[in-house]
Design a protein around this ligand. Structure first.
Ligand code: NAI
Length: 481
């Protein structure tokens, strides 16, 4: 089958697909590729002009483009001279930074489109609505509607930014991450509500580009879900970079007037008041299934409006599956991707499976915070007896060469079996370094397995090995008492 792009109405309505996937984010488009590889007749439905969903268009990819550019800028401003590189008059050209970011996104958009073509996936442009099991109607932006028949439907409609009930997004002063990626100039004062991944990443971007960034967080800590010791260390480092944190501060009111905002938060029964040019609300995302018609065909949802599925991604309705942010679990692109692969493998009669113990989370600040598996606190809560191995990058030769010594690696290993239950890394390169620990957890390996593995010298990955060795208090480059 050739790639057919809407409005090839007459053509596709005659066809019966094996799988119709609704939503082209990393969950949906990866499911479509795998489905094509498995020889299933596949269609991918997308309401937006471009493929790739939140991650590619207004999430992971553009934010990482801006994080990298602003990180380079910080290097030039604050670090380069230490390396003997003297750059006079360096300044940030934000328009150019934004153009580069847009180009990165466009390159990926066309990459995904050509992957659909090479995997013989039919792309249907428009909003997909399930009218009955096995039937999806697609309404284009021009209002044209067509209906396709399919043996299986995979819902991969993702999530949308959550609003505070008293602070509706206006796209200008009270904004979500979508607009937080597109500011034409760095706001003088940026108030961020929520110290999760989005608040910390976009807070970092604009802090580096000159904004005065204040983060208000309801909890007594930042980066919930990550190792507390490393999260506290990250908070200290971000504070040293110029960001201000108010923890245990619950935002209760936001008033915007003439392009300025006043934010009220309560902390210990005390009222705090802040003025800001922009307020970035990053208090989580909600599963998105607006216009999908899933309820009408009897698909069950849980109390958080997530679609209920079993371990095979099957909803309660025969032939309807769901994956990614719209079901339970961490809202992460790579979790959605793996669910997409497993789901279509199951549809194809194979044994698809996702190991939820081996899904890393990363916050792409500088240093980056990465974690997989159990934290020390989670192990304690579960009553699991663990041993901890730590190693600071300050004692790693490559980190010293790079002048990039902030952070540490921390392993959580089962005290009886030595099996690695969790790994946590705070470092500029944590997002890449965590992959070794993810593999070891996937294979059910022990800290000794990592300790006995030869790591190239000098590399940052030696710090991972040293932390693993230190589960038995036998790291080589620090003194263990
Ligand atoms: P989040 O759920 O990670 O963090 C939201 C924070 O806002 C929480 O710490 C919460 O306590 C706080 N909060 C909620 N209401 C508040 C209030 N009224 N006042 C003060 N604080 C309040 O949500 P975030 O950062 O918006 O991210 C959404 C989702 O997207 C998450 O699941 C995240 O994992 C995912 N994501 C992942 C990224 C990554 O992997 N690097 C990047 C961006 C998003």
């Amino acid at each position: 089958m050739r790639l057919r792009v809407f409005p090839a109405i007459a053509d596709v309505s005659m066809e019966k697909f094996d799988v119709v996937i609704i939503g082209s984010g990393p969950g949906g488009y990866i499911a479509a590729i795998r489905s094509g590889q498995l020889g299933l007749k596949t269609a991918l439905v997308e309401k937006d002009k471009e493929l790739g969903g939140t991650c590619l268009n207004v999430g992971c990819i553009p934010s990482k483009a801006l994080l990298t550019s602003s990180d380079h800028y910080m290097f030039v401003k604050k670090e380069a001279a230490k390396h003997g590189i003297v750059i006079d008059g360096a300044h940030a050209d934000l328009a150019k930074m934004q153009q580069r970011k847009d180009k990165v996104v466009k390159t990926f958009n066309s990459g995904v489109r050509s992957l659909m073509k090479s995997n013989k996936v039919t792309v249907l442009e428009g909003t997909g609505t399930i009218t009955a099991p096995g039937k999806v109607s697609i309404k284009s932006s021009k209002g044209e509607t067509q209906e396709v028949e399919t043996k299986n439907i995979v819902i991969a409609t993702g999530s949308a930014p959550m609003e505070l009930p008293f602070a509706k997004f206006d796209g200008k002063t009270i904004v979500s991450s979508t607009e937080g990626l597109t500011f034409a100039e760095a706001p003088k004062k940026l108030l961020v509500v929520g110290a999760g991944a989005i608040g910390l990443e976009l807070g970092s971007v604009w802090n580096r580009l000159g904004s005065e960034v204040t983060i208000l967080e309801f909890l007594p800590r930042i980066a919930l879900g990550f190792d507390l010791e490393l999260a506290n260390l990250l908070q200290r480092l971000l504070t040293a970079q110029g960001m201000t944190f108010h923890l245990e501060a619950k935002v209760t009111a936001v008033n915007s007037n003439n392009g300025r905002a006043t934010v009220i938060a309560t902390k210990d029964k005390e009222e705090l008041k802040f003025e800001a040019d922009k307020v970035l609300v990053s208090v989580g995302r909600r599963p998105f299934s607006d216009g999908l018609g899933a309820e009408k065909v009897g698909v069950e949802f849980d109390e958080k409006k997530r679609i209920k599925v079993n371990e095979h991604f099957r909803t309660n309705v025969e032939g309807i599956y769901a994956i990614g942010d719209v079901i339970a679990g961490p809202m992460l692109a790579h979790k959605a991707e793996d669910e997409g692969i497993a789901c279509v493998e199951i549809i194809a009669g194979k044994a698809g499976h996702v190991n939820y113990e081996a899904i890393a989370g990363v916050i792409y600040t500088n240093p980056e915070l990465a974690g997989v598996g159990l934290t020390e606190d989670q192990a304690k809560e579960k009553g699991v007896d663990v041993r901890i191995g730590r190693f600071p990058f300050r004692a790693n030769s490559r980190a010293l060469c790079n002048d990039d010594v902030e952070g540490m690696v921390k392993f959580v290993a089962d005290a009886k079996t030595d099996r690695v239950l969790g790994a946590h890394i705070l470092h500029h390169a944590a997002s890449e370094l965590i992959a070794e620990a993810v593999s070891v957890i996937e294979f059910g390996g022990s800290s000794e397995d990592i300790g006995r593995t030869c790591h190239s010298h000098p590399t940052l990955s030696e710090a991972v090995r040293e932390a693993a060795l230190n589960v038995e208090k036998r790291a080589l480059h620090i003194i263990n008492r």
